[in-house]
Every structure is written in structure tokens, then in C-alpha cells.
Design a protein around this ligand. Structure first.
Ligand SMILES: CC(=O)N[C@H]1[C@@H](OP(=O)(O)OP(=O)(O)OC[C@H]2O[C@@H](n3ccc(=O)[nH]c3=O)[C@H](O)[C@@H]2O)O[C@H](CO)[C@@H](O)[C@@H]1O[C@H](C)C(=O)N[C@@H](C)C(=O)N[C@H](CCC(=O)O)C(=O)O
Length: 502
């Protein structure tokens, strides 16, 4: 594609550069191929401008960057440098133009907790009525038959929300494989870094906003502003906003959208336990292994049996149901279809077969709010003791550690503190920061030893929540990425215990 077409109305292009042919693009010099455009952006740990020379050596034909003055040697390059106010935004829009294919229905979910389950549930609801649906997020790309993609492998970075170039280059083969409906997770990092700009987002949902990633966003206010970008700027004209108004930030978001008036014709659908919600949750009752949820909408009550654990999972299911409804599924398939949902991997996932009949649940809860919600959701299922086993990630918001320790101490009977992904931090100091807020906690590490010790203590009526890593299959310790899955470690230990009991 000619540079003049790629950047039309996005940047001023010098005449001599207009006819340059661009074969691809990236904001990472290491991914540049001959003929590409390199976007040199300032990041949180380094500055893309440092890598301009490397990108040119790799074959970059054009450089896109911000308006800061060019210092030597950048001021004397033969390769054209296009300067714009916001190179990430221009890159995202150029990527959308370059790959130019998007599913006809795109729905994005944002919020601190619930994004993964909600997108997975929405994909399941669409697939059930035989719509060709995919989801992209923490679990990677799901729901697409790669055989229909001529064996193409979608190599997305392991992020909740991929960068704009990875995303648009993946959407093109997905569309070619027939995908018409896409559910996406919109992380606050992704929104701030404009990874979703250039997408035609028809439906956006807000789950909740609680303390997480404050290391990146500094305070709740900027975290909220990051999330609201999805609704205030990215959601298309006449799109639908699905908002949890039990959360005060959800209420605020509704007010902000309403204040925009009719100009964008956004349809707002609210949900929650609140009396004034459009989809009002009347109650959620655990009965045996199911949750019975009743929801009032338009004067009619829906009673929906859900094959899952935890009130918040029921709320995530409802969010997906309303999104499906706003995408055109009738209520009997959108709300009624919730009865057929299966929990997403590592989201309140049960590991069965404990020799004493104890219940083991693996959940990704790695925030204070998610930990409390998971423990409170499990409490009705405990007839003896509620155990929790968790740690906290290194190089991430340290203020979470004491909060999570205090919550575990309050909401569980037995607290086992172990390692999560310590990354570059000292694991012992992360554990002690958690334990300082939990007098009843016991320290056991490494993580597999902690899981084994807990499983061996459990008796009938006990429930063990293994929190923090959910679906993850690796553990990040120092510079090493080691294979580790809570689900397979727990399953293996249970199998060994059963063998020993024979
Ligand atoms: C903090 C953060 O979001 N970092 C992401 C971001 O980095 P950045 O822009 O701050 O980049 P940087 O490392 O300072 O580098 C600046 C620029 O130089 C470029 N560069 C750098 C080195 C080089 O050799 N050549 C080169 O061109 C980089 O590609 C980048 O464009 O852009 C990079 C390229 O797109 C991402 O890979 C990187 O994700 C890192 C791996 C990451 O861990 N991100 C996490 C925090 C994240 O985004 N998490 C959210 C979910 C959180 C949640 O809700 O749980 C997510 O959406 O996954």
C-alpha cells in the first residue's frame, strides 16, 4: 500500500515519500521486515526512538514518531520520518486500514475483574446458535477452527489485549476463516496504549473497577479514565453500552454517556442488583452444584440455572447474555442460553477426585476484590473449613499484598501463603508483605509443595481455593519461565494420593 493511502488524513506526508510502498508495520524494531513502517513510540521502560537505526537496518522504509525535536543522528537520515501528535493512534488506524478486515460484530469487555469469563461466555452464546464466533484475550484466540485458516497460526503476544498491529493482522485471517462475531478483552493498559483504536466496536461492557494495576495508572481516577476511553471514544455511533450500575464507577460512566446527549445515539443497558437496573438481578441462590439466578427485565422474570460456582460468575454470565441480546440474539437464546455455559479455564474451575471428598477450586483471582469475591462465593459450599492458597506477583502493584493478606485472613479459615510469579523480586519479601496482614497465615513454598501440603490436610466438608494463576501454564521466577499449572499440579497430587490410598 502506498504511504499516501496508508496515512491519508492521519499525517502530513512529504511529497517525495507519498509513493513509497509499505509492506507491513510494527512498533517493535525486532519485528521489522524489509519494506515496513516502524513506529518509534516512547514507552514505559524505553524509547522506541533508540531503535530507529536498528529498524532501518532491518529494512524499515519509513519512520513514524511523535513531535519531539529530532536530535542527531536522527535529524540527518535518508529514511523519511513522519511526525504526528500521537503515533500509537496513527499506527492503530493505519493497521486497520492496511489489513482492512474486521468481523461485522465486535464486542469488547473492560473492568478489573470478569473480562475473561464474560468474553468466553459471549463467544459460547454466539457459537451455540451457530454464529461463527471467536474471542481474543488472556486465553489467546478461542473458537476458531485453524484448519479453515489454511494452517495459519495466529501468533498473538501473551497479553490480555494485543497491540494494534498484532490485532489487525490477526483479524484478517479470522475473517477469511468466516468469523463474523468477535468478543475481546479490553485491558486498561491496552486502552491507554491505544491498542484497540481503529476497531469498529459495536458493543462495550463494563464489569467493575477495583484496585489493580495502580502501579501503571497511579490512581483510581486515571484507571477509570483509561477504562472510559472504550465507551467515550471507541464505541461506535449507535453502539450499545452494557454497564454494571452496582459499581459506583459504572454509575459515573452512565452519567458521562448520558451527558453526551443524542449525538452518538449510544443505547445504554444497565444491570446489577440495583432497583433501577434494566436487567435487575433479583437473587442468585446456590443449589447443589448449580446457581439459580433470577433476573427481571421489562417486567418479566427469568429463572436461569447456571452450571458454575460463585455469584460473580453468574453476574459475568448475565453481562455476556445482555451483550448477546444487544448483538441481535433473542432473549430466549441470550438469557435462556446462559444455562448452557461452561466456566472458562482457570475461572472457578473445579479439580475433582480428592480422596476425602474435599472440594478444590482453581481461580485466577489475583486482586484484593477478586480474592474476596471468590472466597465469599465459596463460603456457602463449606461445611468444615475454607482454605485459601495464594501469593502475589512480583514487579506489580505492591500495595495489593497487605490488602490480599487481610482479606484472606478475614474470609478464610486457613491461609497458606506461597509464591505466584515473583518475577525479578525476592519471593520471600513478597510473602512477608502478605503475611504481615494475616496473623493466621502459614508460609509454604515452593508453590507445588504448598498445594501438596494443603491437599494432604483436607478432610470432607473442606473447600480449598487455589488462587492467582488460574489458566496459566508457567511460573515466572527471576529471568526464568518454568512450566507450572495449578490445575495439573493439583490433579497429579490427587492422583498420587489416591494411588497411595489403594
Ligand atoms: C507496560 C506495558 O504495557 N508494556 C507494553 C508496551 O510497552 P511500552 O510501550 O511501555 O514499551 P517499552 O518496553 O518501554 O518500549 C518502547 C518501545 O520501544 C520498542 N522497542 C523496544 C526494544 C527494542 O529492541 N526495540 C523496540 O522497538 C517497543 O516495541 C516499544 O514500542 O508495549 C509493548 C509492545 O506492544 C508490550 O509488549 C508491553 O507489554 C509488556 C510485555 C507487559 O507485560 N504488559 C502488561 C503490563 C500488559 O499490557 N498487561 C495488560 C493486562 C493487564 C491486566 O488487565 O491484567 C494486557 O493487556 O495484557
Amino acid at each position: 500500500m502506498h504511504l499516501s493511502d496508508l496515512l491519508k488524513n492521519l499525517a502530513d506526508i512529504p511529497d517525495q515519500a507519498a509513493s513509497i510502498k509499505i509492506g507491513g508495520m510494527s512498533e517493535n524494531s525486532r519485528a521489522i521486515k524489509p519494506g515496513d513502517m516502524f513506529a518509534a513510540v516512547a514507552g514505559s521502560s524505553t524509547d522506541g526512538r533508540i531503535y530507529i537505526k536498528a529498524a532501518i537496518d532491518a529494512g524499515a522504509r519509513v519512520i513514524l514518531t511523535d513531535m519531539r525535536p529530532l536530535e542527531a543522528p536522527l535529524d540527518d537520515l535518508d529514511t523519511p520520518i513522519i511526525m504526528v501528535e500521537n503515533p500509537r493512534l496513527v499506527l492503530a488506524k493505519a493497521a486497520a486500514r492496511f489489513w482492512h478486515k474486521q468481523p461485522g460484530m465486535i464486542a469488547a469487555v473492560t473492568g478489573t475483574n470478569g473480562k475473561t469469563s464474560t468474553t468466553d461466555f459471549l463467544r459460547q452464546l454466539w457459537t451455540r446458535v451457530t454464529w461463527q464466533a471467536s474471542s481474543i484475550g488472556t486465553l489467546g484466540v478461542k473458537g476458531t477452527d485453524t484448519r479453515k485458516m489454511d494452517g495459519k497460526i495466529l501468533d498473538l503476544p501473551k497479553l490480555t489485549t494485543p497491540d494494534s498491529v498484532s490485532l489487525h493482522s490477526a483479524l484478517s485471517p479470522l475473517c477469511d476463516a468466516g468469523v463474523t462475531h468477535l468478543a475481546l478483552e479490553a485491558s486498561s493498559h491496552g486502552l491507554v496504549q491505544q491498542r484497540l483504536d481503529g476497531l469498529n466496536i459495536h458493543i462495550a461492557a463494563f464489569t467493575n473497577l477495583t484496585q489493580d494495576h495502580l502501579d501503571h495508572h497511579n490512581d483510581m481516577e486515571s484507571y477509570f479514565i483509561a477504562k472510559s476511553h472504550l465507551f467515550m471514544d471507541l464505541l461506535m455511533h449507535a453502539g450499545a453500552a452494557i454497564i454494571n450500575i452496582d459499581d459506583p464507577y459504572g454509575r459515573r460512566l452512565c452519567d458521562m454517556l448520558t451527558a453526551q446527549g443524542d449525538a452518538r445515539q449510544i443505547v445504554i443497558q444497565t444491570f446489577g442488583f440495583a432497583d433501577d437496573a434494566d436487567f435487575q438481578i433479583e437473587k442468585i441462590t446456590p443449589i447443589d452444584n448449580i446457581l439459580d439466578m433470577s433476573v427481571k427485565h421489562d417486567g418479566k422474570s427469568w429463572h436461569i440455572p447456571l452450571a458454575m460456582s460463585g455469584t460473580f460468575q453468574a453476574v459475568n454470565a448475565l453481562t455476556a447474555g445482555i451483550m448477546a441480546y444487544m448483538s441481535g440474539l433473542p432473549l430466549q437464546d441470550s438469557l435462556g442460553g446462559l444455562a448452557y455455559l461452561k466456566p472458562a479455564p482457570g475461572r472457578m474451575q473445579t479439580v475433582t477426585g480428592h480422596p476425602q471428598g474435599a472440594q478444590i477450586v482453581v481461580d485466577f483471582a489475583h486482586t484484593p476484590d477478586a480474592l474476596r469475591a471468590a472466597l465469599e462465593a465459596l463460603r456457602p459450599e463449606v461445611s468444615h473449613k475454607l482454605y485459601v492458597l495464594f501469593g502475589c506477583g512480583g514487579d506489580r502493584d505492591p500495595s495489593k499484598r497487605a490488602l490480599m493478606g487481610a482479606i484472606a485472613d478475614d474470609a478464610a479459615d486457613v491461609v497458606i501463603v506461597t509464591d505466584d510469579n515473583p518475577r525479578s523480586e525476592d519471593p520471600a519479601s513478597i510473602r512477608s508483605a502478605i503475611m504481615a496482614a494475616s496473623p493466621k497465615s502459614i508460609e509454604i513454598f515452593p508453590r507445588d509443595t504448598a498445594i501438596k501440603t494443603a491437599l494432604e490436610q483436607l478432610v470432607e466438608g473442606d473447600v480449598l481455593l487455589i488462587a492467582g494463576k488460574g489458566h496459566e501454564t508457567v511460573q515466572l521466577i527471576g529471568d526464568e519461565t518454568l512450566p507450572f499449572s495449578d490445575i495439573s499440579v493439583a490433579s497429579r497430587i490427587i492422583a498420587d494420593m489416591k494411588e497411595a490410598h489403594k
